[in-house]
Design a binder for this molecule. Sequence first.
Ligand code: F6P
Length: 327
Amino acid sequence: MNSILSRIAVVTTGGDCPGLNAAIRAVVRTSIHHGLEIKGIVHGYDGLISGDLIDLKNESVSNIIQRGGTILKTSRSDRFKTDEGMKLAAEQVKSNNIDALVVIGGDGSFRGAEKFSSIHGINVMCIPKTIDNDIFGTDQSIGFDTAVNTVVQAVDKIRDTAASHDRLFFVEVMGRDSGMIALTSGIAVGAEAILIPETDTRVEQLVKILERGWQRKKTSMIVIVAEGDDAGGAYAIAEEVKKRFTGFDTRVSILGHMQRGGSPTSADRVLASRLGFAVIEGLVEGRKNEMVGVINNQIHFTPLSEVVNNRKLIDRSLVTIAHMLSQ
Ligand code: F6P
């Protein structure tokens, strides 16, 4: 066991997602198992700057594994991006005798974490969470599976209406820079087309796909649009398509923040439990400034500098599959 480790703190940062509570629970209980004292930081990095710390015990995390959101609350902190904010946060870490910080966050939070550790010499270990699943160093981030299942349930319902009215629906899902949710859910709902930021969207090509469906007498059509698609959002693309394709009555549905809430799926609960457990085991073994992930179903640690300097790419074979099967 690492002898200098006696008190650690855990924080959730950035956008919330389902599975955060399951990760907090795993971090707390594994820490206590190893005889470590564990503090929770409330309201993300903002709470770290202001010293908003609470004690966490085994009973503090009872009955939360199934709950969405985060019992520690979260924030997208602008202050932590400043030198002054980071300095204040480092002072809090030192004055509270915290030996290591566990950050359950996304890409942006990890950039902050990496800078924090290199400038202030604080050991930061990270757990990846984001419904976008765009973090390098893990096949899956906490929250993605639940978000995809939320989209699938919603689009299955929309399909009923689309089929009853012979309609074309453009359904916009989250993903400012990432098409992971759109691509995965689009395959799962049998979407006629999936528009994502990682591929070039051409309206003429989309119209051809829709006309092909019309000719083969499809009674409904669904186009999944990632919010960050290069051709614009679902409303803008639908307007362009309507000028060239009049086969179906067209509607737009924006799923929005419903994708971020709700009870986590069993897959997200298990993933969060595995990552929360592994990050503390890693700390106890003496690991520093790494992110824990799962690659090919095995726990894998990646240096934070590598995580933030690399981009996770989509699996292009999924684009081919989606296109092939939508005919
Ligand atoms: O990063 C997760 C995410 O849900 C993105 O898919 C989305 O673009 C963004 O957060 C929305 O953030 P906010 O809740 O701050 O508007």
